[in-house]
Design a protein around this ligand. Structure first.
Ligand code: FE2
Length: 161
């Protein structure tokens, strides 16, 4: 089985996904289920190709599938899903056989996908996750956009072509 299918079959991954989906049953704002994770993966891979960044499909899909894995602990315990997500992702990436170098790269991107530092290199995996995560949200057609906490400047008001 390839490493991406191993993540999908991983019990830790599935336990968190179930708890996230349950916690978001009545949520009117952005959801963090499989649809979002795959939107992020596909957008990140398109940017990767367009900008010729050279990251592997496996790295991008693993990062995207795991980037919000700490969400349930944010809902349940008030923890930062970026920080705790990096810890959970490290465990899952280890279980499915990623190298230390790949794990460090992916977990760093997960930990920092809330905000980019001023000096963030726009060819980095951190940048790729941040951009794809933001671009994945269809604010222009969202019924909850007026009460959403996102700063107006961050909302996607149209489709970038
Ligand atoms: Fe996300």
């Amino acid at each position: 089985m390839n490493k991406i299918d191993l993540i999908l079959a991983n019990p830790t991954f599935n336990e968190h996904m179930e708890r996230i989906c349950k916690a978001e049953e009545d949520r009117i704002y952005c959801l963090h289920g499989m649809e979002h994770l795959l939107d992020v993966a596909r957008i990140a891979y398109i940017i990767n190709l367009e900008k010729e960044l050279g990251f592997s499909k496996e790295t991008i899909y693993a990062m995207s599938l795991l980037h919000d894995i700490g969400r349930n602990l944010e809902y349940e315990k008030g923890l930062s899903h970026h920080e705790i997500g990096g810890v959970i992702a490290l465990d899952i990436l280890t279980q499915v056989g990623f190298s230390n170098e790949e794990k460090e790269l992916i977990c760093q991107a997960i930990r920092s996908h809330k905000e980019l530092g001023d000096k963030e290199d726009n060819c980095s995996l951190n940048y790729l996750l941040y951009r794809a995560d933001k671009l994945s949200r269809n604010c222009f057609s969202c019924k909850a956009k007026d009460s959403c906490y996102w700063d107006e400047s961050k909302k996607n008001k149209g489709i970038i072509v």
